[in-house]
Structure formats: C-alpha cells, structure tokens
Design a protein. Sequence first.
Length: 151
Amino acid sequence: MRILIQRVRKASVAIGGETHSAIGRGMLVLVGIEEADTRDDILWLTGKLTRLRIFDDEAGVMNRSAEEIGADILIVSQFTLMASTKKGNRPSYIRAARPETAVPLYEAFVAEVAAAMGGERVRTGVFGADMQVELVNDGPVTIWMDSKNKE
C-alpha cells in the first residue's frame, strides 16, 4: 500500500462538477492499493500518517502531528500510485489491486484513520469515480510512504 501525503491549507474533491468532500487545514492523502496488501499494511500506515509530525509548533518547527492538532484528512483512492514505469513510456498498472480486493482495503484504511482521528475530521473521495481534486499545498510539504518499503 502506498500513500502520498500533502500538507494542505484546504482541499476538495468534486465529482460531476459538484463538491463531494472538502477539508480545511490538514492532509490530502492519495492511496494506492496492491493485491498483496493486508490489514498489517493498513495499521502501519495509519499509525505513521496520524502521528507524522509535519505541522508547525509555536516555534515554526514541524513538530506536531495531525492527531495532536486535530487536522482534517481527505483520503482519495488513486490506483495510479501503483504505476510501474520501468519499461517503455506507458505506465503499467498491473500491481494495482482489482476493485474486489481494493475496495474493502480502502474502506478499512479510511475506518482506521477515522478511528485514530476521532472520526469527524476524515473525508473521502469515491472509489473508482472520475474525481477532480483541488488543493492548496502548504509549504509545500509532500511525503511518500510505502508499506512494503518502510523507509
């Protein structure tokens, strides 16, 4: 499982020209899921995501977590995070999980993050929908995590 985290001042997801979800200060989290992902991947990434210290403290140092400041989190599925660009110029998405595997894992990830954050501050896109995502990146701060490559 891969996530791309962007610290944002605000972010939103529109579907068919209508706003589906929107958040204020917090994190936009793009999620890619592969067939080999399990609950262990979800738990590891949830812990890292909610405790990641990327928000400024009183001294202007990135020393506060989303959990600490009560940040909003917008979670959006994005199978293209699993792209392989090793051969040729057309990305391969063979590592991306099929919907029957990915949807339950995506929903479980959202539920775990919501539980860790108290539930009310977590919003989502719609799995498999054609979404337009808008954001104002704060910093910019963008961080990549892969549960199979824990760096």
